[in-house]
Design a protein around this ligand. Structure first.
Ligand code: AMP
Length: 286
């Protein structure tokens, strides 16, 4: 695997690959890679000749009081893991390479739908930072396909919409959520969970599934279900950021006759904010 820190040299290499007819798959990440990230790389491997992974902790998507400065940076270990799953090129730019004119005057990409609810409500400007950096990375790598995890369900929906709206012509592939044995979704932020909290944090996933089971059994009082789930999570000792039963396509609160439903939740531990979601496709008559 070859590592690039500069846009120009990566571009030169990828132009050559493209000219040779190679199909390029791309996996953008913020590093501190775990098994879920590696599954994304393996998925990209299956349908592409070349796989590019990026590691960049994007300041533009972090709020002022968020964890940009303490976000784990583990480049050496990450490189070894990527080599182990057959990644061809790692792109690891620094802030100056990505934002040479600084953040304040950086041109932005704005997706006006689905970005001010759920994670967007508690992290104002977050998705603008995501769509801007993903557009920049897409322009640099110019992949045929990019792989994103369903764990960040809202991010995936926003990126799909951006790619469609801006005619980017990139295939977006969704990778299933990779979990620990007790259901906790893998995340670079799981390293911030204390030993004492660890046995209890899977409550978020348990409550999401509890709501899903009740919906599949016919309940449609989504508000009440959400309230009960919130209480379960609070009883386990965590502050709930949001817990919402949504239409999977629009991320609006689900209506009684919606068939594709996604339940999304976020909660705070002492040192991290964790997110998760589960989806259900109801067949007629359920
Ligand atoms: P991050 O480095 O956290 O920005 O994540 C990079 C990519 O990995 C995103 O597309 C995430 O959705 C995906 N990802 C992170 N954790 C998981 C997980 N547990 N399961 C599936 N995809 C994940």
């Amino acid at each position: 695997m070859k590592t690039y820190h500069h846009i120009d040299s990566l571009r030169e290499t990828l132009n050559r690959e493209r000219a040779a007819g190679k199909r390029i798959g791309f996996v953008p990440t913020m590093g501190n890679l775990h098994d879920a990230h590696l599954e994304l790389v393996k998925l990209a491997r299956e349908t592409n000749d070349i796989v590019v992974c990026s590691i960049f902790v994007n300041g533009l998507q972090f709020g002022l009081n968020e964890d940009w400065d303490k976000y784990p940076r583990t480049l050496m270990e990450d490189s070894q893991k990527l080599q182990g799953v057959g990644c061809d090129y790692l792109f690891n730019p620094d802030d100056n390479e990505m934002y040479p004119n600084g953040l304040d005057t950086q041109s932005r990409v704005i997706c006006p739908t689905m970005t001010d609810v759920l994670c967007g409500a508690s992290r104002p400007g977050h998705f603008e930072g995501v769509t801007t950096v993903v557009t920049k990375l897409f322009n640099i790598v110019q992949p045929h396909e990019a792989v994103f995890g369903i764990k960040d369900f809202q991010q995936l929906a926003v990126i799909r919409r951006m790619v469609e709206d801006l005619c980017m012509g990139i295939q977006i592939t969704a990778a299933p959520i990779h979990r620990e044995i007790d259901g906790l979704a893998m995340s670079s932020r799981n390293g911030f969970i204390t030993e004492e909290e660890r046995p209890k944090v899977s409550q978020l996933n348990k409550s999401l599934n509890w709501v899903k089971d009740h919906i599949e059994a016919g309940r449609r009082d989504f508000g009440d279900l959400g309230d009960e789930a919130r209480q379960q999570i609070e009883d386990a000792g965590f502050r709930v950021d949001y817990f919402s039963v949504c239409n999977s396509k629009t991320l609006a609160p689900a209506a009684d006759d919606d068939r594709n439903i996604t339940i999304l939740g976020a909660m705070f531990t002492a040192g991290a904010r964790l997110i998760d979601n589960v989806s259900t496709n109801l067949t007629e008559g359920e």
